[in-house]
Design a protein around this ligand. Structure first.
Ligand code: ASP
Ligand code: MG
Length: 466
């Protein structure tokens, strides 16, 4: 098989873990062609962001201290993960070269007191670039021939949307095949820095926070892999948050559509955008636990996509959201009001998670992140209320969205009835309801204090637990 394996930050959090990862990769080399993608050491991306910010503010002594910490963590990790002196030596010297480059970039930022999205991406790229150097050394020390690459060096070319760049798949495919395929065929392991890419002009970009998953699926698609494996620190995608529901269990199989609903609703196992590149070639993704390798994990997509007999597969909860309502009879029968509402919010960068409008048309309700509730209210007051287009704008800022997810709900009658009876039986008031016409999920909003109980109610009603 040809497999792309991606390791998240918590899987490579220190030298001992990198050592474990190298061993794990090695075990899978027999009979397989493997390409590895890795995140940065856990927390390093945040540290780098902080460093960029401190440099911008000209806080040079703090920058120095933070840089020292980053240096220490990486050299300790290399010491612990690479048992053979010669390899360790080479890696430590590349690590210092990279850190010296980082130091120079940061001093540029602090001299100019200027941090463009482009320079920020340059700074952020060091986390993954440092890590792959160490991981490559750990693999070589185990006798696995390997080479490390930044995303750009591996051939991933993106647009110029720094901070949240998208791959340009045609060029990327050509480049990745040209650069990595010969290595795979020779039995050399490419170890690719996740999260990073390069523009057509050669500037480093990043694919958005959590973007290493995306690197893995981009490579999977370009290399025509049989499977993409996402190694993380949980056993797979679960029927509910195990911190909320005691008997939550791992879901063995999900369709692409179900998995994408789950990730959008915050399943931590995978980045929502990561499914895109592999949808069309229909490459299956396995979510696996780095620290419990015998666990089956969750298998997403693939040939036998047919979902299991259960109507619903999981209950998700999004906390930290609020509701904004716009009302007034002046809206009734007036085309364009909804357009103007969403336009006002869009211009302020407010992301809308859920929408509902009653047939009477006198009210439109939207769910937004809690930290954009005030921004949304202000935008609507200035854009519509002050012009008399709507009569009132109200909000509530402690709300949870609950969603029941599963493709077998499509065309099954009575699911909604069971959902709302289960919730009502526990005395929970539903504030707002939405179901997309795909019928892949039924979502509703409840007050923050009722969120956990609502999840339990549905998990029990649809017998999702172990
Ligand atoms: N290191 C990056 C982040 O923390 C990318 C990733 O981990 O996927 O967002
Ligand atoms: Mg990370």
């Amino acid at each position: 098989m040809r497999i792309v394996m991606k390791f998240g930050g918590s899987s490579v959090a220190d030298g001992a873990k990198i050592d474990h990862v190298a061993e794990l990769v090695k075990q899978h080399l027999k009979g397989n062609q493997v390409a590895v993608v890795s995140s940065a050491l856990d927390g390093v991306t945040d540290q780098l962001l902080e460093l960029a910010d401190l440099s911008l503010k000209g806080k040079t002594s703090q920058v120095k201290d933070e840089l020292e910490k980053i240096k220490k963590r990486h050299s300790e990790a290399a010491e612990a993960a690479i048992p053979i002196e010669a390899f360790k030596h080479g890696v430590l010297s590349t690590v210092s070269t990279l850190l010296y480059e980082l130091e120079r970039v940061l001093s540029g930022i602090s001299i100019l007191r200027e941090l463009s999205p482009r320079s920020k991406d340059y700074v952020l790229s060091f986390g993954e670039r440092l890590l792959v150097t160490i991981l490559r050394g750990a693999l070589q020390a185990r006798g696995a021939a390997s080479r490390d690459f930044s995303g750009g060096e591996a051939g991933i070319v993106s647009d110029e949307n720094f901070g949240d760049a998208k791959p340009l798949m045609n060029v990327t495919k050509m480049q990745v095949q040209k650069r990595l395929m010969p290595l795979l065929e020779e039995g050399i392991l490419p170890v690719v820095a996740g999260f990073t890419a390069v523009t057509q002009h050669g500037d480093i970009t990043t694919l958005g926070r959590g973007g290493s998953d995306n690197t893995a699926t981009i490579l999977g698609a370009c290399l025509d892999a049989d499977e993409v494996w996402i190694w993380t620190d949980v056993d797979g995608i679960m029927t509910a948050d195990p911190k909320v529901v005691k008997n939550a269990k791992v879901i063995p199989r999900l369709s692409y559509a179900e998995a994408s609903e789950m990730t959008v609703f915050g399943a931590k196992a995978m980045h929502p955008r990561a499914l895109e590149p592999i949808l069309e070639p229909r490459i299956p993704v396995r979510i696996k636990n780095t620290f419990s390798t015998s666990a089956e994990g969750t298998l997403i997509g693939g040939d036998q996509e047919a979902s299991s007999g259960s109507i619903a597969k999981a209950v998700a909860r999004v906390s930290d959201v609020g509701i904004v309502s716009v009302g007034g009879t002046s809206m009734v029968g007036l085309p364009g009001t909804a357009g103007r509402i969403f336009d006002a919010l869009g211009k302020q960068g407010v992301n809308i998670l859920m929408i509902s409008q009653s047939v009477s048309e006198s009210n439109i309700t939207m769910v937004v992140r809690r930290n954009s509730v005030q921004k949304a209210v202000n935008a609507l007051e200035i854009g519509l209320l002050s012009k008399g287009e709507v009569r009132e704008v109200s909000y509530e800022d402690d709300v949870n969205i609950i969603a029941l997810i599963g493709s077998a709900m499509r065309g099954t009658h009575g699911v909604a009835a069971r959902v709302f009876k289960a919730v009502a039986d526990r005395g929970i008031n539903v504030i707002m309801i939405a179901q997309g016409s795909s019928e892949l999920n039924i979502s509703f909003a409840v007050r923050g204090k009722d969120g956990v109980e609502a999840v339990k109610a549905l998990h029990d009603e649809f017998k999702l637990g172990a």
